[in-house]
Design a protein around this ligand. Structure first.
Ligand SMILES: Cc1cc2nc3c(=O)[nH]c(=O)nc-3n(C[C@H](O)[C@H](O)[C@H](O)COP(=O)(O)O)c2cc1C
Length: 320
């Protein structure tokens, strides 16, 4: 049987805490019989998304397959992502969130890699008799599992507040099922994570969790949550909530689903209905809801006849 492939990605300093934690998890995957690959993403030339949206326009018009016109090292990361069956992503905390490069990569694998856009373009292209090289990469729809590692120097967990919720931006579009995540805070109280055995062991455990998910016989077992905390949201297992404008319900900002806030015996919990859980943007239905609204409601050019004229006073305005 072909070996399962696990890709480890680090957005931290070379041989820093994040690198070591991701590599430690990979070592366990290798021990369990997986093939592993590590990419230190900060050493790669990956430019930010320019916002041209040619990826989405190409897929929705049937002229493209989700490719990006920006020329840089992204194709190396893309090929590794297409090949892998699991991905372990680690990022340090920079000002409470993942690093700028992490966000740049999320943008490059955002709409362009959304499985609902890609699958529709693939199926429609196939039906229209297109050849394989004109269709989105079929490896885009492969089932994958993932794990997230957040590393923060601060001693207080709230200085990593947006880390794990934001890190879901990496896995969301490709529909990677996150089965474990871990936050290492207080990293600056140690010279290096290599001297912090509980954290090293937690990284090993993550590797074992990924290998076990890859070896699962059933879909239920494959996607089973293996993280240390259930979290307030039963889909993403994060603890972040936003409150609706009319103050009648709360939302999980990661999943985009509505829930009912409860307080019992001094403890806060949220009830999310099965229908809401199903429409989480981490699932196919939630992504389809979004790609459909873009396909059916986003308007093309030529709607404002005098747009060129309207733009004129803004051209170069107050620019140095
Ligand atoms: C620009 C910058 C901002 C940072 N902001 C935070 C922060 O908001 N919260 C935190 O916990 N650590 C913060 N840190 C500390 C890093 O998260 C910490 O040094 C981490 O261990 C770096 O990961 P690495 O060792 O894998 O490179 C910041 C570091 C830098 C360079």
């Amino acid at each position: 049987m072909e070996k399962k492939k696990v890709l480890g990605l680090s957005f931290g300093r070379k041989m820093g805490n994040t690198d070591i934690m991701v590599k430690t998890a990979l070592m366990e995957c290798e021990k369990a019989g997986c093939e592993v690959q590590f990419l230190h993403v900060d050493s790669m030339n990956i430019k930010p998304c320019t916002g041209c949206i040619s990826c989405v326009v190409g897929m929705t018009t049937g002229r493209g397959k989700g490719g990006c016109p920006v020329k840089d090292d992204f194709h190396i990361l893309d090929e590794a992502l297409m090949e892998c069956d699991a991905v372990i992503v680690g990022s340090p905390t920079y000002v409470m969130s993942p690093t700028g490069r992490f966000k740049s990569v999320c943008d490059r694998i955002g709409p362009s890699h959304d499985i609902t856009f890609r699958k529709a373009a693939y199926d429609e292209g196939l039906a229209a008799g297109k050849s394989a090289d004109q269709l989105p990469d079929p490896r885009s729809f492969k089932k994958r599992v993932g794990a997230l590692i957040s590393v923060g120097g601060a001693m207080t967990k709230n200085w990593l507040a947006f880390m794990l919720p934001t890190m879901y931006e990496f896995t969301m579009s490709m529909g990677i099922d996150v089965i474990d995540m871990h936050e290492y805070f207080g990293a600056m109280a140690y010279e290096h994570v290599l001297g912090n055995e509980p954290e090293m062991e937690r990284s090993r455990e993550m590797g074992r969790n990924i290998a076990a998910a890859l070896a699962a016989d059933t879909e239920e077992e494959r996607v089973r949550w293996r993280g240390e905390e259930e979290g307030v949201c039963p889909v993403c297992h994060c603890d972040m909530l936003t409150v609706s404008k009319d103050r009648t319900y709360v939302e999980c900002p990661v999943c985009g689903i509505e829930g009912e806030l409860k307080q019992e015996n001094g403890k806060i919990s949220v009830y999310f209905s099965e229908a809401q859980k199903k429409r989480s943007r981490l699932h196919w239905d939630g992504k389809l809801e979004h790609s459909t609204e873009i396909k059916t409601r986003a308007v093309g050019p030529g709607q404002i006849p005098n747009l060129k004229e309207l733009k004129e006073p803004y051209k170069g305005y107050a620019e140095a």
